[in-house]
Design a protein. Structure first.
Length: 469
């Protein structure tokens, strides 16, 4: 896994030389392991590590160089976005290096996001992405797949794809990506079944996780047998192994899209509703035992007007506003009855996966359709709670779970000895997960960034309307 934490340099840039030690006094600690937050705690931090967590003592003032009042505040692990595309963030072609280092990376930190899993970057652009993360004065940690591996080139081929129409080509491509230093391999829609199996073999040989879409030519069970343990999106073919739906169900959903968003949603609902729920419970339980993790990205699957609340639209970058407006217009034209039924059915599947023990990873698929970079992850957490996860489980999907499943070893925990990558909030996220947006400060790379600094990083796009804090 690639790590770029530059703690010593950032300490000099972002904090005074005598400010390597911090004391957060009288704060409620949320570790996402127990049943509730632990109130009235003093948390000591030194050189980017949590030193101790102990009951608050009014009489004690240690020699910390920076004391932060945590009264009425909540301290939790900072967030991880498990599905982003850094270099196509604004959904209109590659993002410039200046945009990445000057706006996008600080913006993620401004939203309390300290880990990014990039799920699609052209191979020629991967060195630039790594270099930008390394050289940026403020940047989250990164793991990256490089390009997605798809089947034969066609009219829908993405610019971040490499093509593998057969097993021999797939073996060569997967080894090329492994040699290039990718952190995991990602498969895409049109990959042939034999090519998928070949990539799975390379992934095992090279010690790389295998992630990606539920490809057209395989059921999820078959993909899992080939070694795929990470699935992106809750597409309709997730129920292929516990339904009598046709093998081309997802293609039918995509074809319905030509008739509009409403037609797509209704077709998707029909196929999801046709599943045998008892058979799916058994199936999903087996997936959980196999270590499967799914990144639902409800912010992408639901109608835009359900996802992009007015406050969230203010966070959309100016270069993505035209696409956002078009998507909202399309969503507003959907029959509300159809939209609500489709949303309910999708929520049921996500809740069923979670209840069966399948790991849920929170990801934003940032950029298009009003999915504002940084903000969209917070909205995803809200939607996961609407789908039936508890606030604690939703928070875990963006902290503890990706830390354990994706290899962000230094993130996702709040305990003595852990890295102090921590988010300070003015509201309890266990009561209302939307309180993750009440950001009072961020501990990152050995420094503490206060609310005013983070607000500036969030709203670093000068042409965008500025939401009130």
């Amino acid at each position: 896994m690639t790590r770029y934490f530059l703690a010593a340099l950032l300490a000099l840039v972002a904090a005074p030389a005598d400010a390597q030690k911090f004391l957060v006094r009288n704060v409620t600690v949320i570790d996402l392991e127990g049943d509730r937050g632990l109130a009235g705690q003093d948390v000591r931090i030194s050189d980017g590590k949590v030193v101790s967590i102990s009951p608050h003592d009014d009489a004690e003032l240690a020699d910390e160089s920076h004391v932060i009042d945590g009264t009425g505040r909540y301290l939790m692990p900072a967030l991880i976005d498990s599905h982003v595309h850094v270099l196509s963030a604004f959904n209109d072609g590659p993002v410039s290096s200046t945009d990445v280092t000057g706006q996008l990376l600080p913006r993620y930190l401004g939203y309390g996001i300290v880990g990014l899993r990039d799920t699609g970057t052209a191979l020629s652009e991967l060195p630039r992405l790594r270099s930008l993360i390394e050289r940026a004065p403020h940047a989250p940690a990164l793991i990256a797949a490089g390009p997605v591996i798809d089947g034969a080139r066609n009219q829908w081929t993405k610019d971040v794809a490499v093509n593998a129409p057969d097993a021999a080509t797939a073996t060569a491509v997967a080894n090329q990506l492994a040699d290039a230093g990718v952190d995991f391999l990602k498969v895409y829609d049109n990959l042939p079944p034999d090519a998928h199996a070949a990539i799975g073999a390379v992934a095992r040989e090279r010690g790389l996780p295998l992630a990606g879409h539920m490809i057209f030519g395989l059921t999820p069970d078959a993909a899992i047998a080939n070694g795929q343990r990470f699935f992106e999106h809750v597409y309709v073919n997730i129920v292929d192994d516990c339904s009598d739906n046709p093998a081309d169900a997802r293609l039918q959903v995509l074809q319905a899209w030509f008739s509009g968003w409403g037609a797509k949603l209704d077709k998707n609902r029909q196929f999801l509703a046709a599943r045998d729920t008892k058979a799916c419970d058994v199936l999903f339980g087996r997936w959980a035992e196999a270590g499967v993790a799914i990144t639902p990205m409800l912010t992408m699957e639901l109608p835009t007007n359900r996802v992009a609340l007015p406050t969230g639209r203010l966070a959309v970058h100016r270069r993505a506003m035209d696409g956002c407006s078009r998507s909202l217009a399309g969503a507003n034209a959907i029959d509300p009855v159809v939209a609500e039924a489709a949303t309910g059915e999708l929520f049921e599947v996500v809740r069923q996966l979670h209840d069966a023990g399948v790991a849920i990873l929170a990801g934003s698929d940032n950029g298009g359709d009003c999915r504002a970079d940084g903000y969209a992850l917070h909205r995803e957490l809200q939607l996961l709670v609407e789908a039936g996860l508890s606030p604690r489980d939703a928070l875990a999907s963006a902290t503890r779970v990706p830390a354990q499943r994706l290899g962000f070893e230094d993130l996702g925990h709040l305990a003595p000895g852990a890295a102090a990558e921590l988010l300070l909030l003015d509201g309890n996220p266990l009561v209302d997960v939307a309180n993750t947006l009440l950001i009072a400060g961020l501990f990152h790379d050995g420094a503490f960034h206060d609310a005013a600094t983070l607000a500036g990083w969030r709203h670093g796009d000068p042409a965008a309307p500025q939401p009130s804090e």
